[in-house]
Write a protein that binds this ligand. Structure first.
Ligand code: URA
Length: 261
């Protein structure tokens, strides 16, 4: 591995900002091969040097986390045999060997998709027991019915006989056919099948959050951004569904509805 600056090495692998690293180094909290270093801009060899921050060793291995605003028409796969894949949308400079989409959105779905080379993190997000919830905005074919709220909260029985975990649904203000849905699991075509079970049909579906990580308004459809350490931590923070829907309704949803929904 080539040499890199100590502060860059640490900031890419921990929650510390460059400013905090400088301060920690000044106080003797950063060690290089066992000795305190005061100069955070010193060059290190990540393969052979040992770096400690506040007594904890910083691992040289670095995973990358990207957030893609997935467009329709791309499959969540790494295998070109499946057709046009989301991996084609990752710019070469952000791509690493072993990257894959952590989660599935249908070919005709849009929105927030995490792409990473960190298999353990992907497992933590996708495992049904972990309850990392995801919020979607959905355009229905027929108007929303208020009994959906109760039906979704009890757990929908799909036509195949499978039972879904309790989920939340809420209509968008001033719209009969646009709804927010929160799920904490990811069965195949789940939202489409949930609405089919209550006699409706999904026309368009966009994921707007994964855990506490919200799709930024500035991330255009088809674009990718690299996530910072603190954004990745956000994945595991809970989001208040009702508060989120209110805020999202007010700000962003009108623009989205005009564009894609
Ligand atoms: N539910 C669906 O039906 N499709 C998706 O892409 C995601 C959730």
């Amino acid at each position: 591995m080539s040499q890199i600056r100590l502060d860059k090495f640490i900031s890419e692998r921990t929650e510390y900002s460059r400013r905090e690293i400088k301060e920690l180094a000044r106080k003797g909290g950063i060690k290089l091969n066992g000795a305190a270093v005061k100069a955070p801009d010193v060059k290190i060899d990540p393969e052979n040097d040992t770096v400690e921050v506040c007594g904890k060793t910083v691992q040289a291995e670095r995973f990358r986390y990207l957030l893609l605003n997935k467009p329709q028409g791309y499959v969540c796969s790494t295998d070109e045999k499946d057709g046009k894949t989301v991996m084609e949308l990752v710019p070469a400079e952000l791509r690493t060997k072993g990257m894959f989409p952590a989660g599935r959105l249908d070919k005709d779905s849009l929105g927030a998709l995490l792409i990473t080379d960190d298999g353990e993190l992907a497992h933590r997000i996708l495992a049904p027991g972990r309850h990392v919830s995801k919020i979607y905005i959905v355009k229905l074919d027929r108007p929303f019915q208020s009994n959906y709220i109760d039906l979704f909260s009890k757990g929908i029985d799909l036509k195949t006989g499978e039972r879904c975990l309790p989920a939340k649904v809420k209509p968008l203000e001033n719209s009969e056919k646009h709804v927010f849905v929160e799920l904490c699991e990811g069965k195949y075509h789940q939202i489409k099948r949930m609405f089919a079970a209550v006699g409706n049909h999904v026309e368009v579906l966009m994921r707007i959050s994964v855990g506490g990580l919200i799709l930024p308004e500035k991330l255009a459809i088809g674009e990718c951004m690299e996530l910072l350490h603190k954004d990745v931590e956000n994945l595991f923070l809970p989001l208040d569904f009702d508060a989120f829907c209110t805020e999202f309704s007010a700000n962003f949803s009108a623009k989205l509805i005009n564009k894609v929904l």
